[in-house]
Design a protein around this ligand. Sequence first.
Ligand code: TUI
Length: 318
Amino acid sequence: MMGAPTNPICELLGIRYPIIQGAMAWIADAALAAAVSNAGGLGTIAAGNAPPDMVRGWIKKTRELTDKPFAVNIMMLSPNVAEVTDIVVEERVPIVITGAGSPLSFAARIKENGIKFVPVIPSTALAVRMQKNGADAIIAEGMEAGGHIGKMTTMALVPQVVDAVSVPVLAAGGIADGRGMAAAFMLGACGVQIGTRFIVAKESPAHQSFKDKVIKAKDIDTEVTGQITGHPMRQLRNKFTVRYNAMEQEELKKDEPDMTKFMAMGAGSLRVAAVDGDVDNGSLMAGQISGLITKEQTCDEIVQEIMNQFYGLVGVNK
Ligand code: TUI
C-alpha cells in the first residue's frame, strides 16, 4: 500500500492530509482542533475575540488531547491581537494563521520565533504582500465562505493567487467535500481550508440549535450583512440578519451615519448563536456550502470521507 502522496502543505505543516479546519470564533476550541489534528488534518484554535488567558488554556488543552501539529488563528480585528501574539510565541505554537485584516505588524515576530505563518487573504495583491513578508503558505478565501469575507469568489481568486505567488496556496470558501477539494486542486491549490462542515462535527462545541440550522440550510439560505460598514459577514438568514440590514439602511439615511456600532453588534452576536444557541438573535456565521451538509459526523469521519472522495476523483490510491 502506498503512503499518502507527498504534498507541499503536508510537508510544510507536518500533517497527513492537506485539510485545514477553518477558525470559527467560539466554536474552534481545543476539542475541535485536537479532533481534526488527530484525524490527520490541521486543527485550528480560533482566538477570535476571546480573552488571551482563554486562548492560552485552549492551547494547553489541545496539547493534552493531541501530539500532532495544530494552529492558532489570530483574528486581526480583535483588541487582543498583541497579547495573543505573545501567547503563541510563549507557548511555541507551531503554526499561526491570520484573518480579518493585515497581520504585517506581527509577521516578523511570528517568523523570528520559528512559527509557520499562514495568512488568509481575499485578494491577489494581499497574497503578494504576504509572501514578501514571509508567509510560508497562503490561504485564498472566496466570498462563498462564512464570516468576514472579501469580494472575490473562490473559483476566480484561487488560480490568480496561484499564479502570483510561489508559496503553496490553499483554497477556502465553498468547500465541504472531496469534489470541492478536487476542484481546488484543479485551480492549482495544494490544500483546502474547510470551516462550515466542522461546525456540525460531533466534537464541535457549537450549540445543537446552531448545528441543526446548518444541517437544515439550503444553498440560498445565507445572507451578507455589513456590506456598507466595510466588514461584510456571511451568515444564515434569520431575524438577526433581517434586523441588522434594516438598521443599516436606517443609519444610512442619517446626515452623519455612525457605522461603528454595527461592527460590535456583529462580533458579539456570533457568541449568542454559537454558545447560547439563540438562533434568532445571534449571528449564524456559515458558508454557502451549508446546503451540502446533512449530518453530524466525527472529525475523523469527515476527513476520511473527504479524502476518499478526493482520491476517487483525482485518481490517487490511498
Ligand atoms: O477572517 C475571516 N473570517 C472571519 S473573522 C470573524 S470574527 C469577526 N469579528 C468581528 C468583526 C469581524 C470579524 C468571522 N469570520 N476570514 C479570513 C479573511 N480575511 N477574510 C477577509 C480577510 C482579510 C481582509 C483584509 C484579510 C486581510 C485583509 O487585509 C486588509 C488590509 O488591511 O490590508
